[in-house]
Ligand binder design. Structure first.
Ligand code: BMA
Length: 316
């Protein structure tokens, strides 16, 4: 399968660079979509699949499956995901947004910000991106940015999350919760809080953490409150492989800020919001998927060893 990739432009020295053909998915890629952004892609079969945040022309927030042969050209299913919910006591989502997808053991798990009397972390799974099953919400409201690790650590599934409020949350630290069955979550650990100006309002985990010999590479978003509202950036940290609530290095500057028009202008200006990263182990290439201005879907690239070195070099 072709890995989505474009070499670093000669005039860029930063460890991540944007795809020259961004955005890869336009806001009206579906006849019913207002915007398609903050979405998750994974390897699937001979190509790629994903779960996409599609806000429709009622401005309802919905999740749609999508497929791609190359990670760059996507076909989004016109109808939203309909969750099969075996337990009648589990309430159907009022809405869904900011999905993450991860392969663990024998299936793809989806986490998303689920409308359950306020935002919290919905959890479900699929084998084929056609049938989707929802289980219990992982955490109580109010919470957002629930991100699973791709394997158990010390026998337990791990999830990062960001306790929130009902609105546009003017605060937020990243925590980690543990589970033996993906239903009961506990052993909560503090991971990190905002430190730098670019992330001073709140932070939240982005893509599924990537295992490297140096630690789990966590790409995360950070928000600054400016005179004209929130500005979303992203940065990166390394978490301990055995005890991932321990931060072993943290890149102090941001890696990306909204600098292109498709990141600065849209339904919510000045947002770059990463939700997924593909890793090609043979070449060390990374393709990072992020939303632009809550309107379109974009990709950026990096070499994982350079990114890990950058985090270590720019750590306090
Ligand atoms: C957050 C989420 C994201 C969004 C961001 C900026 O609270 O709703 O989906 O990208 O705000 O509007």
């Amino acid at each position: 399968m072709p890995f989505p990739w474009e070499p670093r432009p000669t005039n860029v020295s930063a460890p991540v660079w944007r795809y020259s053909a961004n955005p890869i998915i336009l806001r009206d890629a579906l006849p019913t979509s207002n915007s398609i952004f903050n979405s998750a892609a994974v390897k699937f079969g001979d190509g790629y699949a994903g779960v996409f945040r599609c806000d429709n022309t009622h401005r309802e927030m919905r999740l749609h499956a999508g497929f791609s042969p190359d990670g760059l050209n996507w076909t989004i299913e016109p109808e939203p995901i309909v969750w099969n919910i075996p337990d009648a006591e589990v309430e159907a989502p009022e809405y869904g947004y900011d999905p993450r997808v991860v392969w663990i053991e024998d299936r793809y798990y989806v986490t998303w910000c689920n409308g359950f009397h306020g935002p919290t972390i919905g959890l479900g799974y699929t084998h084929d991106f056609k049938e989707f099953t929802m289980v219990e919400n992982a955490l109580l409201p109010y919470n957002r940015n629930g991100v699973l690790f791709p394997r158990r650590v010390d026998g337990r599934y791990l999830m990062l999350s960001r306790p929130s409020d009902r609105g546009h949350t003017p605060f937020g630290d990243i925590f980690l919760s543990q589970s033996e069955d993906l239903i009961h979550w506990g052993r909560h650990r503090f991971v990190m809080n905002p430190v730098e100006p670019w992330e001073s309002t709140k932070i939240g985990a982005g893509p599924v953490p990537i295992e490297t010999p140096e630690g789990w590479l966590l790409i995360y978003h950070g928000v600054l409150t400016s005179c004209s509202g929130y500005v979303y950036h992203w940065g990166a940290a390394l978490l301990d492989l055995e005890q991932p609530w321990k931060v072993i290095a943290r890149g102090r500057p941001y890696l990306m800020s909204p600098q292109r028009l498709y990141e600065q202008a849209g339904d919510v200006p000045n947002v770059v919001f990463p939700c997924a990263a593909l890793h090609d182990e043979a070449t060390g290439r990374l393709a990072i998927y992020y939303g632009g201005a809550d309107t379109v879907t974009c990709v950026a690239f990096a070499q994982i060893d350079e990114l890990v070195d950058w985090v270590k070099k720019h750590s306090a």
